[in-house]
Design a protein around this ligand. Structure first.
Ligand code: ATP
Ligand code: MG
Length: 356
C-alpha cells in the first residue's frame, strides 16, 4: 500500500489536483496498485490567513510517513507574498526531505503546438535532471568595500563529491532504463575553471560504471542552442543547479503550453517522501473558473507511479493523455478548445482503461 499526502495548495492547484487523483485512481485500480490518499489544507493562503504560517510546526513528522506528496500549486500574492509562501512550504519540503533531484520531462505531445516550426509529437522527448541542493545556489559570499570604488561582490559555487556523485548516478541509472540510453552532461568547463572541470571529472568516473549508456557533454551555451535547433538528439540531460534551472524552463517552453508540464522533486533512496507538482503555479488570473488544464498535474501522477515502482500504470496515464489529445474533442482553452478542467480529467480517466 502506497500512502500519498495530497496538498492542493492555492488557485488552480485546487482545481487540477482532483483531476490528477481521478486519473490516478483509474490507473491504480486497473493495474492493481493500492493507493491511499490523505488530504492536507496547509501550504496555502487560506492556511496562512488562519494560522500566520504556511505549515504546522509538526509538518515534518506529519508528512514523513508518506510515500509521496502530490502537490498542486502554492502562492496567492494578494494574501501572502510569494517569497513567504514559497520559502514557507515547498522549499522546506525540498530541504527537509532531501529531495536532491529535480526532474522535468519535456515531451512534445500530440496536438500541442511547439514554438519550434515543423516539430511534431515525438520529435522532442528529453528529461532534465537538475541538481537541487548545492552548486551555484549557495549563500556563501558577500560584498566588500561597499560604497567605494573598490566595491567587490563574491558568491561561491559549492560542489561536494557526495552532491555531484548522487545526482550524476541518478541520471545515469535513469538513462540506462530508457531505450536511447543516452546521457548528456551540461558543463561550462571551458570558462568556469575549477568547479565545472570537477563536475566533468566525476561524470567521467561515474560513466565507467555504466558502459551501456552513451555519455557526452555540452557546454551550456551550446546546449541551449542545440536544444532549440535539434531537440530530438537529446534523451537525459544532467545539470548543476543553475544550468538545470535554465534548461528546465527552456524544455517546457519548447513543448508548448505550461499547462501540460510536470515536475518531480525526488529523494531517490525513498528515505523521505518525494514531491510531484506541475511546473505551472497557482495562476490567479484563471483560478476559480474551471478552465485550467489538468494535464501537468495528471502527468505528475504518472511520474509518481513510476517512482513508486509502477511503470505500467504510469505508462497507461501517459498513453491516455496522448490519446485524448490526439482525439482533440476535450481540450481546455489553453489548448484551443472549450472543455472544462473536469471534462478533460474525466476523458483521460476513462481513456486509461481503453489504452491498455
Ligand atoms: P508562479 O508564480 O508559481 O510561476 P503564477 O501564479 O504566476 O505562478 P503560472 O502558473 O506560472 O502563474 O502561470 C502563468 C500563466 O500561464 C497563468 O497566468 C495562466 O494564464 C497560464 N497557465 C498556467 N498554468 C495553466 C494551466 N494549467 N492551464 C491553463 N493555463 C495555465
Ligand atoms: Mg508567476
Amino acid at each position: 500500500m502506497a500512502r500519498i499526502a495530497v496538498i492542493p495548495g492555492d488557485g488552480i492547484g485546487r482545481e487540477v489536483v482532483p483531476e490528477g487523483i481521478r486519473v490516478l485512481e483509474a490507473a491504480a485500480s486497473l493495474h492493481g496498485v493500492p493507493l491511499e490518499f490523505e488530504w492536507f489544507d496547509f501550504a496555502s493562503a487560506d492556511y496562512w490567513t488562519r494560522h500566520g504560517t504556511m505549515l504546522p510546526d509538526d509538518w515534518f513528522d506529519l508528512l514523513r510517513p508518506y510515500d509521496a506528496i502530490f502537490f498542486g500549486a502554492v502562492g496567492w500574492p494578494e494574501v501572502v507574498p510569494d517569497h513567504v509562501s514559497l520559502w514557507g512550504s515547498l522549499l522546506q519540503f525540498r530541504r527537509g526531505f532531501d529531495q536532491y533531484v529535480n526532474l522535468r520531462p519535456c515531451r512534445l505531445l500530440p496536438g500541442v503546438p511547439s514554438p519550434l516550426a515543423g516539430r511534431q509529437a515525438g520529435d522532442i522527448d528529453f528529461i532534465v535532471v537538475r541538481e537541487n541542493t548545492e552548486g551555484e545556489y549557495s549563500s556563501i559570499g558577500g560584498r566588500m568595500f561597499e560604497g567605494t570604488e573598490r566595491e567587490l561582490v563574491v558568491q561561491q559555487t559549492v560542489m561536494t563529491r557526495v552532491g555531484v556523485d548522487r545526482v550524476q548516478a541518478y541520471a545515469l541509472d535513469l538513462a540506462a532504463r530508457r531505450p536511447a540510453r543516452h546521457l548528456t552532461s551540461a558543463t561550462k568547463s571551458n570558462g568556469i575553471s575549477i568547479s565545472m572541470p570537477y563536475w566533468d571529472e566525476r561524470m567521467r568516473q561515474a560513466a565507467e560504471r555504466r558502459p551501456e549508456v552513451r555519455v557526452d557533454q555540452f557546454h551550456i551555451d551550446a546546449l541551449t542552442a542545440h536544444l532549440v535547433l535539434d531537440p530530438g538528439k537529446f534523451d537525459v540531460i544532467v545539470a548543476s543547479n543553475l544550468f538545470g534551472d535554465i534548461l528546465s524552463d527552456l524544455g517546457p517552453a519548447l513543448t508548448g503550453t505550461l499547462g501540460v508540464a510536470p515536475s518531480a522533486n525526488i529523494n531517490p533512496e525513498r528515505t523521505f517522501p518525494s514531491l510531484f507538482e506541475p511546473v505551472h503555479g497557482s495562476a490567479p488570473d484563471i483560478a476559480g473558473r474551471g478552465i485550467a488544464n489538468p494535464i501537468g498535474q495528471i502527468w505528475c501522477g504518472a511520474l509518481m507511479l513510476e517512482h513508486l515502482g509502477q511503470p505500467r500504470a504510469a505508462a497507461a496515464i501517459v498513453a491516455a493523455v496522448e490519446s485524448v489529445l490526439t482525439a482533440g474533442t476535450q481540450l481546455t482553452p489553453d489548448l484551443g478548445g472549450a472543455a472544462r478542467t473536469e471534462d478533460l480529467g474525466r476523458a483521460i480517466a476513462s481513456e486509461v482503461a481503453r489504452v491498455e
